[in-house]
Design a protein around this ligand. Structure first.
Ligand code: SAH
Length: 348
């Protein structure tokens, strides 16, 4: 008999499962609370359940483990990077960023990634598998348990392409924002995608109030294709139409991520093109100097180029911020910690 991944069951599914086990509804409520509000990692911790019920649950179900392997904290203590181990031995990484307004966690959505963006460490080994709902939630719960502090914001911007794990991602959002569980506001969730157009439209139809971030990185298709293989499949025009649709359906301002790579996409001409592309849209641009990875020879843009790029966009009336680089001293760019860990294991 296959054990049930109990932390991937939403509230109604859990009540249903408990009913099938011959238990009353309020027992299901209690279990949901233990798993999603109190973030316990074993049935033994569910102390208001009888020993017999805990044993029954143990026989039929499992609580997907997300177990700390390494934790690295930046010198300024604001950023911690976690390497977590999963049930099948896979490793994933997540990041905790402490801001004045609260704690933000960046989670992974897949083990590896198949999108192949040239500058990204997460995609170098390809995709291994999708993360389950419980493993996505588990990263947040584990960080809360380790830090002892509540997580107030979640960004799905770690390893993986969330729109390539669509169903689990959507269920994850529903469960994380369920009032019976962790109960984070949808407004405090951001999902980042390299731009899978059909999925963006589907997400718009879910009518969530989460923030959509698009990894754009170039203002024209030719330049984008040099950085991101997905640009061969979808044009910027199609992405913009999907973003307009998202805004129309949800009323949420879309964010555009733009990693500045020296000599590739950081010229004034490109800033002007980007300004023209986004003119009149209710949106926001995040500029991020690319975080160089050793497998590629991309360099980050000079500070003056970053500044000029920002000023050019501002003159064209675009909302823009330069993303604070956090935790570069701890391999905090996407996938770099996991990558170093896997490389080290292979050398052993
Ligand atoms: N697959 C999703 C989410 C994960 S990547 C996406 O593409 O959006 C999260 C963000 O980090 C993306 O904007 C991605 O392009 C960017 N990124 C990846 N590697 C980077 C690097 N080395 N330096 C700067 N940004 C990087």
């Amino acid at each position: 008999m296959e054990l049930i991944d109990i932390k991937s069951l939403d509230y109604d599914e859990l009540l249903e499962t408990m009913a099938q086990l011959g238990e009353k509804t309020f027992r299901g409520k209690q279990v949901y609370q233990w798993l999603h509000e109190k973030s316990v990692t074993s049935f033994d911790e569910m102390t208001n359940l009888s020993k017999a019920l805990r044993e029954k649950l143990q026989q039929q179900c499992y609580i997907a483990p997300v177990t700390e392997i390494t934790k690295l904290t930046s010198k300024d203590k604001a950023t911690s990077k976690f390497l977590f181990g999963l049930k099948d031995g896979s490793v994933i990484e997540s990041v905790l960023m402490k801001y004045k307004h609260g704690n933000s966690v960046c989670i992974s959505s897949q083990v590896g990634c198949r999108m192949g963006c040239n500058f990204c460490a997460s995609t170098l080994g390809g995709l291994e598998r999708n993360l389950t709902v419980s493993e996505m939630l588990g990263q947040i719960y584990a960080i809360q348990n380790i830090s002892g502090e509540r997580v107030s914001n979640v960004v799905v911007m770690g390893t993986g392409e969330p729109m390539d794990n669509y169903d689990n991602f959507v269920k994850f959002v529903r469960m994380l924002t369920d009032e019976h569980g962790y109960n984070i506001s949808q407004r405090n969730i951001t999902v980042s995608t390299c731009g899978l157009v059909e999925k963006i439209k589907q997400l718009a139809d879910e009518k969530f109030s989460i923030t959509l971030a698009i990894s754009l990185h170039a203002p024209n298709d030719e330049a984008r294709r040099r950085l991101m293989p997905i640009a061969n499949k979808y044009s910027i025009k199609e992405i913009m139409e999907a973003c307009d649709y998202y805004f129309e359906k949800t009323g949420r301002r879309v964010s555009f991520e733009y990693s500045l790579v020296q000599g590739e996409n950081d010229s004034e001409e490109f800033a002007k093109q980007l300004g023209a592309l986004l003119k009149g849209k209710n949106c926001h641009v995040n500029l991020i100097p690319v975080n160089p990875i050793k497998e590629r020879d991309y360099k980050d843009s000079d500070a003056t180029f970053v500044k000029n790029f920002k000023v050019t966009l501002e003159k064209l009336g675009i909302n823009v911020t330069i993303r604070r680089e956090m935790g570069r001293d701890i391999d905090a760019a996407c996938g770099q910690l996991r990558r170093s860990y896997i490389n080290k294991k292979e050398e052993e």
